[in-house]
Design a protein around this ligand. Structure first.
Ligand code: THG
Length: 262
């Protein structure tokens, strides 16, 4: 499982405030804590309230890079912000994300190729969130077809079915899990799959229980990667145990080491 730490997101009050005040120490501490927990990469998101998202993103990249030597995941819906981040990232970058819209694919697949970055493709379009599995697969196939045509390696493509909160979309969850499995048959070699895990429990009580139950199920449907809170120990234990039971290759060595130490 490829794990991306979600905690550097302006959606969190302390992070939003640290970004506004240009308080490096808070951001660097959150970065290091996630690295210690064994993440493979760090998501960087200025949050919905950022007034200068381009400057904020560049400041986040520079601040985190001072203390961390791991891939960074540029989380923004605006291609110009992603490009600004790519220009200053020293390590490998992950573009988070493109949608299935052609205007976005054109810009972001080109950027991913030029900067040798991985690319997350949301199965979303300007028409909105897909209402069922078939629509998700159609959008996924459009993203894969575009990447193949442009010679972007499908193994560097992570398809995201877009996890919806359980409290507004209880009847959609089974479709989302099935999509994770079915994305794999779109091409050979297959694309990878990813979810933003905490979406499932937004606005719900029992968030940790929902998160770890969902990830356990998603792993059994073949999930490759997740953006999540790596400081939730029970969540990490559930991931390790799921992969152990499925005898899946664990590509996150540090989690495996953590498990063996117990
Ligand atoms: N797919 C991809 N990228 C993503 C998402 C996705 N990036 C953003 C998001 N979804 C994943 N990251 C988060 C980070 C935080 C929360 C949810 C998803 C979260 N935050 C608290 C809340 O909203 O309740 C913040 C409040 C607080 O604690 O201060 O839940 O799906 N590719």
């Amino acid at each position: 499982m490829f794990i991306i730490g979600e905690l550097i997101n302006g959606m969190y009050k302390n992070v939003g405030q640290a970004i506004r005040k240009r308080d490096k120490s808070i951001i660097q501490e959150i970065a290091l804590k996630q690295i210690e927990a064994g993440v493979d990469a760090l998501d960087l998101n200025c949050g919905p309230l950022s007034e200068n998202p381009l400057e904020d993103m560049c400041w986040l990249v520079e601040t985190v890079q001072e203390v961390v030597d791991k891939p960074l995941c540029l989380d923004s819906s605006k291609p110009r912000i992603i490009e600004a981040g790519l220009k200053i990232i020293k390590n490998k970058a992950i573009i988070n994300s493109t949608s299935a819209d052609l205007e976005k694919l054109e810009i972001l697949v080109d950027l991913a190729k030029r900067y040798n970055a991985k690319l997350i493709g949301l199965t979303l379009s300007s028409k909105g969130v897909p209402q069922n599995k078939e629509q998700r697969l159609e959008l996924a196939a459009e993203i894969v077809a575009y990447c193949s045509r442009e010679d972007f390696s499908i193994e560097d493509l992570y398809l995201d079915p877009v996890v919806l909160p359980i409290n507004v979309a209880q009847d959609r969850q089974r479709d989302i899990l099935d999509s994770i499995q079915e994305f794999k048959v779109i091409s050979e070699p297959p694309p990878k799959t990813i979810v933003g895990l905490s979406n499932i429990s937004q606005g719900a009580s029992q968030r940790p229980l929902l998160n770890r139950t969902f990830i356990t199920m998603a792993i059994s449907f073949g999930l490759d990667a997740a953006i999540l809170n790596p400081l939730d120990n029970e969540l990490i234990n559930a991931i390790i145990t799921s992969e152990l039971i499925l005898n899946r290759q664990i590509y996150c060595e540090s989690f495996l080491k953590a498990y063996r130490k117990r």
